[in-house]
Design a protein around this ligand. Structure first.
Ligand code: DLL
Length: 434
């Protein structure tokens, strides 16, 4: 099937033209911020910069970074770029890692955000003939409102179920023949598991595509969701600070997400030195929003770790691709000096046929870090044969050792004993921090 685009002239724009657009928008945005955000103007002044020093994207590296700490310090209004009377909405994060982030939007900001989500939906095969069920949470979280707006723009019949109430989710999917499902990958896995238990086979499930994001998920998890639901599963990335979902989205190639570069300029930096890294080198993703006016963040450090690629994509889109985030700099566990990402553990479990229902527990016993992974067995694996369980545990310990270079304790638990998530899954309990 030929690739379709929501905004073809932008999504397939030749690189030189795209760069010219970015240059022009960046220059205007820096001036907008200088004139309207005293907090950032001060940061620029401290570096001896004025808007005249930024003539295009090649000067981007001169600008100071913004981080979560700045957001906290400037909370709630300190980074606003538009008067309150021009703002029509806020969205906010759950604030699990400190103070909430509150992002402001003008109507135009919402419009461009929804365009980005619409691009993702069309890339996943969506059209005005699609029935799109949005099972991300609605409310302060950006997932529901963002995909809802994008779905309307594409002209899909939108089912705004929000998250939770799994039985009702399945009823709508089946009764209204939903073709696109939008939710977190962990919730998609749970919905798939529940549908399987109800005896529904992939060919009976009307869904064709899923747009899953808001948390890290592995390729193995993608495969398993695709198999249970009989769909193609697309990744979508974003964060509240930059509007929400749709900063980047996957196309039919499923090899990374195109960043909407007409709205967001991406850089990857060395998280320790701040130095900008070339394509293909892993580092922290930094974004500059060049069109948003109410919350115009420049060089915002996301803490997400990934790699950029400008390689030509078979879908015809010209925008740079980011790899799946490998984790966050602050998600990374340091266990006995070894850097461990939850996604690496997930890969081992799924490769050995376990479902993505697990809990990672880190503790410190007699000054030494301990890592325990509780892994749920599938009903088919479940047995009271202790020898068999010991054998399975050993295989997992070996797999984890070769992936991480660490010995972990593995505990196999009964099916359904690990709590399911309807939104972002909490995979790690780090008792060293409690
Ligand atoms: O999670 C926005 C979103 C909603 C994205 C729905 C995709 C779908 P926040 O709650 O502010 O916003 O969390 C942002 O979530 O910095 C990443 O660490 C993580 N994240 C988001 N998308 C992905 C993804 C929304 N596709 C934080 N893969 C980001 C891995 C992701 N991590």
């Amino acid at each position: 099937m030929a690739e379709r685009y929501f905004q073809p002239e932008i999504e397939t724009m030749p690189r030189e033209q795209l760069k010219a657009l970015q240059d022009e928008r960046l220059v205007a945005q820096v001036r907008h911020v200088w004139e309207n955000v005293p907090y950032y103007r001060k940061k620029m002044e401290e570096k001896g910069l004025t808007p005249d020093d930024i003539k295009g994207t090649e000067d981007l590296h001169k600008l100071p970074f913004l981080s979560k700490a700045d957001l906290r310090e400037a909370y709630p209004y300190g980074l606003m770029g538009a008067p309150l009377k021009d703002c029509v909405r806020i969205q906010s994060t759950s604030g699990t890692t400190g103070k909430r982030v509150v992002a402001f939007y003008t109507q135009a900001d919402i419009n461009l955000w929804e365009d980005c989500c619409a691009r993702a939906i069309v890339a996943a095969g969506g059209s005005n003939e699609s029935v799109c069920q949005v099972s991300y949470g609605y409310g302060l979280f950006t997932g529901g409102p963002g995909l809802n707006g994008g779905s309307h723009k594409v002209g899909c019949l939108t089912i705004p179920t929000s998250s939770g109430n799994t039985e009702r989710q399945i009823m709508f999917i089946m009764d209204l023949q939903a073709t696109i499902l939008c939710c977190t990958p962990s919730y998609a896995a749970y919905l798939g598991e529940s549908m399987k238990e109800m005896g529904l086979t992939p060919d009976q499930i009307p869904l064709k595509a899923g747009i899953f994001g808001a948390e890290a998920w592995s390729e193995e998890m993608r495969q398993s969701i695709q198999d249970t639901l009989g769909i193609k599963a697309f990744d979508i990335y974003g964060l509240t600070e930059l509007s929400g979902p749709g900063v980047a989205f996957e196309c039919s190639e499923q090899t990374g997400m195109h960043i909407n570069e007409d709205h967001f300029i991406a850089e990857v930096i060395d998280p320790d030195t701040g130095e900008v890294l070339p394509d293909g080198v892993q580092g922290e993703l930094v974004f500059t929003a060049i069109t948003k006016k109410a919350f115009p963040l420049l060089r915002y450090r996301t803490r997400d770790i990934c790699v950029l690629s400008h390689e030509k994509c078979s879908c015809g889109r010209t925008h740079v691709k980011m790899s799946k985030p490998r984790g966050r700099t602050d998600d990374m566990l340091i266990i006995r000096g070894v850097n461990v990402f939850p996604s690496q553990i997930e890969t081992v479990l799924l490769n050995q046929g376990y479902p993505a229902n697990y809990q990672i527990i880190v503790d410190r016993v007699r000054n030494s870090d301990t890592l325990e992974v509780q892994v749920e067995m599938t009903p088919e694996m479940f047995t009271d044969n202790l020898g068999e369980i010991a054998q399975r545990q050993k295989q997992l310990v070996d797999g984890l050792r070769s992936m991480l270079g660490l010995t972990a304790k593995v505990t196999l638990v009964a099916p359904k004993s690990i709590v399911r998530s309807e939104g972002k899954a909490v995979r790690v309990i780090d008792k060293r921090k409690i």
